[in-house]
Ligand binder design. Structure first.
Ligand SMILES: Cc1cc2nc3c(=O)[nH]c(=O)nc-3n(C[C@H](O)[C@H](O)[C@H](O)COP(=O)(O)OP(=O)(O)OC[C@H]3O[C@@H](n4cnc5c(N)ncnc54)[C@H](O)[C@@H]3O)c2cc1C
Length: 323
């Protein structure tokens, strides 16, 4: 079996979520002849390549034409690499990038895909994949019949691989710039600068819900508590719809999936669509003034009360470390 892991990066290092995708590929590999390589796409990726080579053999598709994150070009290059190297299994972390790029590559390849995989077994030589469906209400087991197989994995289910003592090989893949699709043109990237970690990679996520009245209160309560815990901030869709938080902060079925060590829910009810994005968190802490809020059914620790009273006290305690 030949597996190709699509590595995500920030221009300097490979994201830790891609190391979880590598873990999945390694656990699926069955014989010493199986090969696993990690594909890094982009321009000026020397630092990323060096970082990625600590974890896996690397294929580098480095071209000025890949400098901008255009999914049609990235998908085209992935499909080319899969075809020319006769790859059987394409793996990526379940992320916004993968939704855009990897599923597009699967389409170009005429492959078969399972997304959001949380577990697997090999039954009579066949790979069986577990994935949540209906907003996490059921766990389905699927087998993919077709070639190549394309899988995205939830990173909470697969621990990130550790660095090896010696760097792996790096192979440069030629990119035929003339053949790249030209249907999309990059205009600009609007990203809010934040000193906080990305919500999908943070060990601690503090998430606010409709009970937070405005952006200032969100920053003070949700942001303030996140900063004390060196965590990321997220929000329910209710706050996104109300214009209190930006869209990229939304956690849930139609937002991001998070699985931190600690997830703190402030003034959010725990609707099924929200739970779909966070219920795999290792420890869930909830503060809500309604003792019957559904989130308490999933919380390891719950505090019944008003976040406007409790959270400033928590922030003050954590800041002064007097506990
Ligand atoms: C197709 C579809 C997709 C969806 N996708 C998502 C998604 O991805 N993510 C998502 O989050 N939602 C999603 N939703 C919306 C979801 O159904 C809920 O409407 C939403 O999650 C509710 O957000 P909330 O918990 O902040 O608000 P509410 O359900 O209104 O809960 C607010 C909570 O705050 C508590 N509260 C209020 N004030 C205070 C206070 N001062 N102190 C303490 N507690 C207080 C209340 O007791 C209440 O429990 C989706 C819905 C649909 C139909």
């Amino acid at each position: 079996m030949r597996a190709l892991v699509v590595g995500e990066h920030d221009g300097r290092t490979m994201r830790s979520i891609s190391r979880s995708a590598l873990q999945f590929a390694r656990s699926v590999a069955r014989s010493a002849n199986d090969s696993i390589e990690c594909l890094i796409l982009g321009a000026d990726t020397d630092a990323v390549i060096q970082d990625a080579a600590q974890f896996s053999p690397v294929l580098s598709a480095n071209s000025a034409a890949l400098a901008d994150p255009l999914s049609d070009r990235y998908a085209h290059v992935i499909a080319e690499v899969v075809t020319t190297r006769n790859v059987d299994l394409v793996v990526a972390a379940s992320s916004t990038f993968a939704k855009d790029v990897v599923s597009r590559a699967a389409g170009l390849l005429g492959g078969v895909m399972a997304s959001d995989v949380v577990g697997h077994d090999v039954v009579d030589g066949e790979l069986h994949l577990q994935r949540p469906m209906y907003a996490g209400a059921v766990l389905a087991t699927v087998a993919l019949h077709g070639h190549p197989q394309v899988v995205t994995v939830r990173t909470s289910s697969y621990p990130a691989v550790e660095a090896a003592t010696e760097a792996f090989d790096v192979e440069n893949i030629p990119v035929n710039e003339e053949a790249l699709p030209n249907g999309m043109h990059f205009e600009c990237l609007t990203a809010k600068e934040s000193h906080r970690p990305d919500v999908t990679e943070a060990q601690v996520v503090v998430c606010g819900g409709r009970g937070i009245k405005n952006p200032e209160d969100f920053e003070q309560l949700v942001g303030g508590l996140a900063d004390c815990l060196e965590g990321a901030t997220g929000s329910s869709r209710a706050l996104v719809d109300a214009g209190v938080t930006p869209n990229d902060m939304q956690v849930g079925q139609t937002g991001k999936t998070v699985d931190p060590e600690i997830y703190v829910a402030l003034a959010l009810s725990g609707a099924v669509q929200h739970l779909a994005g966070m219920k795999n968190s290792k420890k869930i802490v909830a503060i809500n003034k309604d003792p019957n809020a559904p989130i308490f059914q999933f919380a390891d620790y719950g505090l019944i009360g008003d976040v406007y009273e409790i959270v400033p006290k928590l922030i003050s305690l954590l800041s002064s470390r007097t506990f």
